[in-house]
Design a protein around this ligand. Sequence first.
Ligand SMILES: Cc1cc2nc3c(=O)[nH]c(=O)nc-3n(C[C@H](O)[C@H](O)[C@H](O)COP(=O)(O)OP(=O)(O)OC[C@H]3O[C@@H](n4cnc5c(N)ncnc54)[C@H](O)[C@@H]3O)c2cc1C
Length: 348
Amino acid sequence: MIKTKEEASEAIRFLNAEKIVSIPRTGGSGVCLGLETPSQSVVLDLSELNEILEINEENLTITAQAGVPLQVLEDTLNKKGYTSGHFPQSLPLAQMGGLVATRSIGQFSTLYGGIEDLLVGIEGILPDGTISKIKNNPRKSTGPDLRQLWLGSEGAFGIITEVTVKIFRKAPERVMKAFAIKEFKDGLAVIKDIMQAGWKPAVTRLHDKTEAAESYGPFVEEGESIMLFISEGPEGFAALEADAVEKIALKYGARPLGSKPLEVWLVHRNDICDHLDMYAVQGAVADTCEISAMWSDIGNIYDEVIERVKAEVPHLVAVTGHSSHSYQQGTNIYFMFGAMCAPDIAAA
Ligand SMILES: Cc1cc2nc3c(=O)[nH]c(=O)nc-3n(C[C@H](O)[C@H](O)[C@H](O)COP(=O)(O)OP(=O)(O)OC[C@H]3O[C@@H](n4cnc5c(N)ncnc54)[C@H](O)[C@@H]3O)c2cc1C
């Protein structure tokens, strides 16, 4: 357990000199195997490096040590009328160092961006124990942006000890609108048109028919996908954006559902563990897999993944997909799949 950056520096310098693998860890919620521990490795737990060092209301930034849980950061900001704008599903688990080390992205990303858009300055410790600081700046115009080395580094280049990220005044207005749509591909076209027209609804989601039936059953008819939008911003902006979103959705034959599905989503949006537990209780294995791709490819990727998983995975319970992070050039699909264990494995 590391309690100061000096301790972190001393530890990594020693471990590196002795050629011992060290693995920094904060919330422990990472899903990309960065926390796998080869034999004779040492885990450096930074979760007690957990002080919020400064909220700068002039520059709209917050500086926090690597072990500050995102939930604590967000609650602290909310009390002062601000938000981090960063809401990964692992909000209750993840901590600031891990968020940067994994290039985290949250549910309001279309407006606020991913952690790479939020990071302003960073302090980290290199393997020889040097404490390296990249000072706060809105932009750099010379040389490579070294913040990028820490973003997504999964602990490979050293230990992140402190980060400064943007904060935002809480939006005074929020408008929520949901729509049912017959074809998933039409839903993708709606989102493409919204993004390319220059709108950025903070929450922009499209759930396929299986997820729509499972989580929004009372709102949709059989075979329909569901789209969820939250617009927020300064006075007057949210309503304007929501109207524009509605016009585009109606052009594709979407059916307005009002704000109720969004109210459901806001309450249950971080329930993924319950969802995965449900599979486990049935004796199934479940996992998720996320990709992003250009608009020209994403629809076909969705179709092919669903088709091939159905054709090739034995004992499949379900395969579903949704889009939740969109850009002018493309979007993501987050696939979830569950399958029963083969009988011989289940019995073992
Ligand atoms: C239920 C669930 C939902 C999730 N939802 C999302 C989501 O919506 N969006 C998303 O992006 N991710 C999501 N994730 C993945 C995960 O939560 C994020 O990747 C998160 O950013 C990890 O933060 P952590 O503090 O838990 O890091 P950890 O799990 O402790 O570490 C993750 C990686 O970062 C490295 N690391 C940790 N701390 C440091 C440090 N101080 N310096 C250098 N390297 C470090 C570790 O070595 C490891 O490789 C989810 C995970 C779960 C379990």
